[in-house]
Write a new protein. Sequence first.
Lengths: 111, 109
Amino acid sequence: DAGITQSPRHKVTETGTPVTLRCHQTENHRYMYWYRQDPGHGLRLIHYSYGVKDTDKGEVSDGYSVSRSKTEDFLLTLESATSSQTSVYFCAISADASEQYFGPGTRLTVT
Amino acid sequence: GQNIDQPTEMTATEGAIVQINCTYQTSGFNGLFWYQQHAGEAPTFLSYNVLDGLEEKGRFSSFLSRSKGYSYLLLKELQMKDSASYLCAVREHDYKLSFGAGTTVTVRA
């Protein structure tokens, strides 16, 4: 299994507060991705990174920002959490933009 | 953008065969992936097709027809542990995957 962890695994926060989720990998893979998964929608890409300090938007990037200051860490920040951002968030990594390996997920609830 | 369609649910009996279809419409194509996801867990990679034809991996096979925008995942000799969601994903000419909503397969004894 790919060495990929996410923290926290569960979080409950209030509307309007900032939240940062962390993805950490030990595989030295170039590509990292953040997805959200909601019933009926499948996995939707939020942001992705193709190298240190190189990031781009996915299809549902509004309200989210990311940073990647070193190869192993990819941070996802909800600038001001809203109830519509209640979801399960998955991080994924890939060596060559081919198959992706997913982290265990973070369940976020915004009240 | 992408339009990826797969059935919402399928039910089959232990030991049987199930075929999960996926159709897609894209402005470009650079590979099709299948993932398995058990309830409450992360998706895990099953297969990758970039050329037309059938790829076989043990009990699982995946087929691709690029001209028809069509793929299927075939699960043979179904086992109870195969009860899961199966996700079809398409990659265009960039680093991103677009996923279908997933097909929940229930295996009955």
